[in-house]
Design a protein around this ligand. Sequence first.
Ligand code: CP
Ligand code: NVA
Length: 300
Amino acid sequence: MPEHLLNIASLRPGDLQGILETAAYFKKSSYRGRELAGKTVALLFEKPSLRTRTTLEVAALHLGGHAVYLDTRQVGLGVREPVKDVALNLGRWVEGIAARVNKHETVEELARYAGVPVINALSDTDHPLQALADLLTLREHFGRLEGLRLAYVGDGNNVLASLLEAASLAGMEVVVSTPEGYEPPAGLMERAGATLVRDPYEAVAGADAVYTDVWVSMGQEEETQRRLRDFRGYTVTPELMEAAGKQAVFLHCLPAHYGEEVVEEVVYGPQSKVFDQAENRLHTVKAVLAGLVGGRPWSG
Ligand code: CP
Ligand code: NVA
């Protein structure tokens, strides 16, 4: 069992497969357990959330434990007191921490000092919990992950970084289509063996899955005008899905900014798996908590 889940690279060989197997079993059996009995997970969120917060709270409850939501403005994370002191305090009271942070260094610092497992619930660079749900959704639909071709159209952001790492561990092929200047870090593309194709129509042709995320992530609001201009032509439309082919499913981590990276017809359309994906956030986070906080080995 790794100590923390700060990014997909925190996982050891076999962990990804084990988490997905455990999550699939939890889903199939509507699992309720006692792995977290008497245990508390602190949710320390610097940014808003629907899916991540709710699924962490529900998952803790399903495993017999409890989650405490902490608004970081109230806590004064790094303002009222240093991140290090928040970690040293929380570690005395709770058995795990899930943190959604502006800067990735904050989750690293929490992990350094808390003395309990720390889970990255989204940072500026990574969103590992999302990638786990994404892969579970694809595995359910296609019955396998190896060899699947995923086309990501849009911003080379935190969601894409974790998706690239997870997809490459699973033996998938990823094609990334971003406008110039919005590519993921070159090292990451290389490690994942991903290809960059500027033209979204060319990128999606023959793909098994088309994935997009918002063009303006939380914390980038002042770049909105520039981004809306730069991403023109990268909207996932019914025409783009048709170019992908009938076999292709559509994925989005949500929330969606309709009329920007995607239109409603695609999210509510026949190829969309986005609400299965949202459901799978629960089953995968339950597997993560059962393992990291509850000590239940992931079964591969
Ligand atoms: N996809 C996702 O992380 O959603 P929230 O921001 O609502 O948690
Ligand atoms: N890239 C988005 C994901 C939200 C779940 C953001 O960071 O705001």
